[in-house]
Design a protein. Structure first.
Length: 406
C-alpha cells in the first residue's frame, strides 16, 4: 500500500486531502491501495480568515466531519522535522515521538504571524493568527467588559496596518460593544510605514482612510513598537499608549518547516513550486497554500490568502495521486485576482486586478465579503461524499459576485 501524507488541515491541506481522495476514487483505487493521511496539531479545520470577527461560533469545523466521508485518515501531531531523503516525518503526538513514512507528501503547513524579539510582546500581546489565539482575545475582551473602569481598559492598540490589522481595527468598535465595553473608546493602528495599507495600493488607500476616519480609528504611522507591557505599548517615538489590549498583526511568514527542503525560497520563506505544485528538485514532495509560491498567470506569484490556498490544495491533491500512479498532472493557472477587505461597521472594499482597481465599496462590498467569509470558502457540511468530491474538483472558481453601488 502506498501512503500520501498531507501536513496541515488549513485551506490548502484540507482541499489537498479531499482532492487526493477524489482522484483516488476516480482511478478506481481504495484506501487499501492508497492511504491518504492528514496530520495537524488541531482536530479541526479553521476558517482562519474569520478569526478577526466577533462571532467565532462557526470557524472551527471538526475534521472527522469533513474527512471521514471521503476515506481520509487523520491524526493529531506536532511536526518536528521532515527528512525528504528518507521520506520520513518526525512527529510528537499524545503517545510520544513518532516517525511517519510517506511515498508522497503534500506540505500545507501554512504561515504564522512574525513575532520579533520585542520586550513584553510574547507575554502581553494578543493576535488572531489561530483559532486558539482568537478565543484568547475574545475571552480577554469579555473579561474587560466585566471589570471596572481603569486606564487603558477601553483602548486597543493594533500593530500592523496591513490587511489583517485593518480588519481587526475596523471590527474592534463592534467587538468592544459586544463585550460590554460601552461608552468612549480608542482604537489606535500602529505601523512603521508612512501610510496604512502600504501593500494594498494607491487606489484602495483613500477608501481605507475614509473608513478609518468614519470609525474614529486613530493611526500612528512611521513608528515602531519598542516594548509591550500589561498597561500598554511603548513606541520608538517616545509615546506610551495606555492600552490593556495590544493586538499584533505585523506580517506573516511561511512555516519554518519549509527550511527542511533544499532549493529556492522567497522572502517570506515560501517554497517555490511549479504549476503542478511540485517542490523543485525534491522527489515526491508537493506544497500548497501559504507555505508555497507559484506563478499562476505567467507573471504574478500567489499571495498568502485562501483565494489561492484553496485551488492550490485542490490541484496538489489531484496531482499527488496522478504522480503516484503515473498519470498526467494538471497545471494550475489563475487569470484573475481580487481583494475584499472588511472595514467593520463602515462596510468593505472590493478591488480587481493586481493594481487593485476599486470596484465596489461600503455596503455593496460588505455583501460580497459576507458571501466569501460565510459561504464561498466553506466546505460542504452535509457529510455527503459526493458533495465533498464535487467541491474538490481541480478547477478554478469564477470571481466572487459583486453587488450594485460603490
Amino acid at each position: 500500500m502506498a501512503r500520501i501524507v498531507v501536513l496541515g488541515a488549513g485551506f490548502a491541506g484540507l482541499w489537498a486531502a479531499i482532492g487526493a481522495a477524489r482522484k483516488r476514487d476516480e482511478i478506481g483505487a481504495s484506501d487499501r491501495d492508497i492511504e491518504i493521511r492528514v496530520i495537524d496539531r488541531n482536530p479541526y479545520h479553521n476558517i482562519r480568515v474569520r478569526n478577526y470577527e466577533a462571532d467565532l461560533g462557526e470557524v472551527a469545523l471538526p475534521l472527522p466531519r469533513l474527512l471521514d466521508p471521503v476515506g481520509v485518515s487523520h491524526g493529531l501531531g506536532e511536526v518536528e522535522a521532515i527528512d525528504p531523503a528518507r521520506r520520513e516525518i518526525s512527529l510528537v503526538t499524545s503517545a510520544g515521538a513518532e516517525t511517519l513514512h510517506y511515498d508522497r507528501l503534500v506540505l500545507a503547513l501554512g504561515s504564522e504571524v512574525m513575532r520579533p524579539d520585542i520586550p513584553g510582546l510574547a507575554a502581553h500581546a494578543f493576535d488572531v493568527d489561530t483559532y486558539a489565539a482568537a478565543l484568547r482575545l475574545e475571552d480577554h475582551l469579555v473579561s474587560l467588559g466585566r471589570s471596572a473602569s481603569s486606564p487603558g481598559r477601553s483602548t486597543v492598540a493594533v500593530v500592523g496596518a496591513g490587511f489583517t490589522g485593518i480588519e481587526v481595527a475596523t471590527e474592534m468598535p463592534d467587538r468592544l460593544a459586544r463585550a460590554g465595553i460601552t461608552g468612549s473608546h480608542r482604537i489606535i493602528l500602529v505601523d512603521p510605514n508612512p501610510a496604512v495599507g502600504a501593500t494594498i495600493g494607491a487606489h484602495a488607500r483613500p477608501v481605507i482612510e475614509t473608513a478609518l476616519a468614519s470609525l474614529d480609528v486613530e493611526t500612528r504611522l512611521g513608528v515602531r513598537v519598542a516594548s509591550v507591557e500589561a498597561a500598554g505599548v511603548h513606541l520608538n517615538s517616545g509615546e506610551f499608549v495606555a492600552a490593556q489590549t495590544v493586538i499584533w498583526c505585523a506580517g506573516m511568514r511561511a512555516s519554518p518547516l519549509a527550511a527542511n527542503f533544499p532549493g529556492g525560497r522567497d522572502r517570506l520563506g515560501r517554497l517555490l513550486v511549479d504549476p503542478y505544485m511540485r517542490v523543485a528538485d525534491v522527489g515526491g514532495v508537493f506544497a500548497a497554500g501559504d507555505v508555497a509560491s507559484s506563478v499562476i498567470d505567467g507573471l504574478h506569484p500567489t499571495v498568502m490568502s485562501c483565494q489561492f490556498a484553496r485551488p492550490m490544495g485542490r490541484f496538489a491533491g489531484h496531482n499527488v495521486v496522478a504522480d503516484l500512479v503515473g498519470l498526467p498532472m494538471l497545471p494550475l493557472r489563475i487569470d484573475w485576482y481580487v481583494t475584499v477587505l472588511d472595514l467593520g461597521g463602515w462596510g468593505a472594499l472590493y478591488t480587481e486586478g493586481w493594481d487593485r482597481e476599486v470596484r465596489t465599496t461600503g455596503a455593496a462590498a460588505k455583501a460580497t465579503k459576507a458571501t466569501i467569509n460565510r459561504k464561498r470558502i466553506y466546505p460542504p457540511l452535509t457529510g455527503s461524499r459526493d458533495e465533498l468530491f464535487a467541491a474538490a474538483a481541480p478547477t478554478v472558481q469564477a470571481p466572487p459576485p459583486t453587488y450594485g453601488g460603490r
